[in-house]
Design a protein. Sequence first.
Length: 211
Amino acid sequence: MTAQIPTDVAAVIAALTLAYPDADCTLDYVSPFQLLVATRLAAQCTDKRVNMVTPELFAHFPDAQSMSGADTAEIEAIIHPCGLAPTKASNISEMSKTLLRDFGGVVPGTIEELLKLPGVGRKTANLILGEVFGDKNAVVVDTHCTRLSYRLRLTDNHLPEKIEKDLRAILPEGTARGLCHRFVEHGRQVCTARSPRCTGCTLTELCPKRL
């Protein structure tokens, strides 16, 4: 069900833009492939920890060709601090092999093609489209986006795919990518999961405070 929206979406976007004008992707990478891998590692792990692990990983395996030829046990040993290492190592290895086999080692630029890669879901695919291919309408539904969208009553859904659909229906053209980055910053700094700091929040006059 699409949400009935009592908040002023434009005002929310304006307030968060003012509060976090430089909000951007916080994963470190130097190529589309490295962002793809880093995003996979970030599942149930902080970007800060991922950024501590990826320098060693990419020093050994900087691209799809080298990663596809790596022993998954070696990948697993390096990425262990990110959690879920066996699953992530397997997915990264298979993802690299699929990139080589089906896309010539080049990260594809459509959501349909990205979703064919092992371990890649809509959140990762949208992040790649936004960061690598400049899609300003990419909706990255991570935990912060999920929480803030619900609290602001921009959606009544809890499933990421439905939240993405709801947000696409209400966000002005070209605002989704930036807003999702600002949701991350606001979710980390103010509107946290357990103890949101509502007093003094930049959205205090707009938020229905549905916690």
